[in-house]
Design a protein around this ligand. Structure first.
Ligand code: PBG
Length: 344
């Protein structure tokens, strides 16, 4: 295709051909590139996940996620203030309780690890946005995200018996002072059950971030080590989404929005950028992407060997999520990436 100016003739040679349209003109200097940049990452859109274990236990590194720690409740503000100082405004809390049982009693315990951590953070760092993960898998001894029952000779997660447990958990987080609760159990109707429980107690101003399109992914492996939440038998494929399904993700988001979700999420992020893009084009609500534990571990493993350069790789990955349509990005790199962004 000839894209040159009318005065020039095709056949003028390589120099003339395509000479009128030269995208390289705007790539020439750093200033020009930054002027025409379509997407900008900023620290305010990043959310730092944070693992909290009981007070008195020393901070513990997570082996499969170098640089990530489990923090004791009585020191949780250390991780949170590091994030705040870097310009990150929000943390997402996960609890690792002292003990587990079949119904996940630790999840809605007013003296549970997350409830204590929320109260402490709200007291010491009032400007911090505190988001809590709402699920039972960290608190059940079987590691599944809900209450079990037997059906047709098989053990399965009982959807409707789990809903009141999730609602009670979210309510206990709201009572502790959480700004946003984030149900991740993938039970049908979980957003409605939580919205109803929050509103009934006057917490109509607590927001819900639904893990709406959460896929049954192999990328959660390191998280399950961090939280000790690997299922003791079977897997999560009967409640989390089947990876090939993008249309179904749109349906899950519609359902969560109809039930009152304020923010919806796609998880994992990197292998599901197409799903993010489709959701961006179809919804007006804030959209979050979760850059999960396995994505973090892959980068760390390769970076430790000197096979890739961590900083540009991380920023390029996070940028791809923003470009695909994410307003918010949950990433274990949040504090670090925010510092990089400020350094420029
Ligand atoms: C709880 C939950 C999980 C993650 C977030 N919330 C684990 C799972 O579903 O198995 C995974 C996060 C990550 O891998 O970084 N249900």
């Amino acid at each position: 295709v000839w894209t040159g100016s009318p005065g020039s003739r095709p056949g003028d040679g390589a120099r003339a051909r395509g000479a009128a349209v030269r995208p390289r003109r705007l790539r020439r200097t750093a200033a020009l590139r930054s002027m025409v940049r379509e997407v900008r990452l900023s620290p305010e859109q990043l959310i730092q996940p944070c693992f909290v274990h009981p007070a008195g236990i020393p901070p513990e590194p997570v082996e499969s996620m170098p640089g990530v720690m489990r923090w004791p409740v009585d020191r949780v503000e250390q991780a949170a203030s590091e994030a705040l100082e870097a310009g990150v405004q929000a943390v997402l809390l996960f609890g690792i309780p002292a003990s587990k049982d079949p119904r996940g009693s630790g999840a809605d315990d007013p003296e549970g690890v997350v409830q204590q951590a929320v109260r402490r953070l709200k007291q010491r760092l009032p400007e911090l946005v505190v988001i809590t993960d709402v699920c039972l898998c960290e608190y059940t001894e079987h590691g599944h995200c809900g209450i079990l029952r037997e059906r047709r000779g098989q053990v399965e997660v009982d959807n409707d018996a789990t809903l009141p447990r999730l609602a009670a958990t979210a309510l206990s987080h709201a009572r502790a002072g959480a700004d946003v609760v984030a149900p991740s159990a993938m039970m049908d109707g979980q957003v409605a059950a939580i919205r109803e429980a929050l509103d009934a107690e006057g917490y109509e101003d607590v927001a819900i971030m639904g893990y709406s399109a959460k896929f049954a992914s192999a990328f959660y492996g390191p998280f399950r080590e961090a939280a000790g939440s690997a299922p003791a038998f079977g897997d999560r494929r009967a409640y989390q989404m089947d990876p090939p399904n993008a249309r179904e993700a749109l349906r899950e988001v519609d359902l969560d929005l109809a039930q009152g979700a304020d923010i919806v999420m796609v998880k994992p992020a990197l292998a599901y950028l197409d799903v993010l893009r489709q959701l961006r084009d179809r919804t007006t609500v804030p959209l979050a992407a979760y850059n999960v534990s396995g994505e973090y571990a892959m980068v760390e493993a390769a970076a430790a060997r000197g096979w890739i350069d961590r900083r540009p790789i991380v920023l390029e990955m996070l940028t791809s999520m923003a470009r695909a349509g994410a307003d918010l990005i949950i990433t274990y790199y949040a504090s670090q990436a925010a510092r990089w962004l400020r350094e420029g």
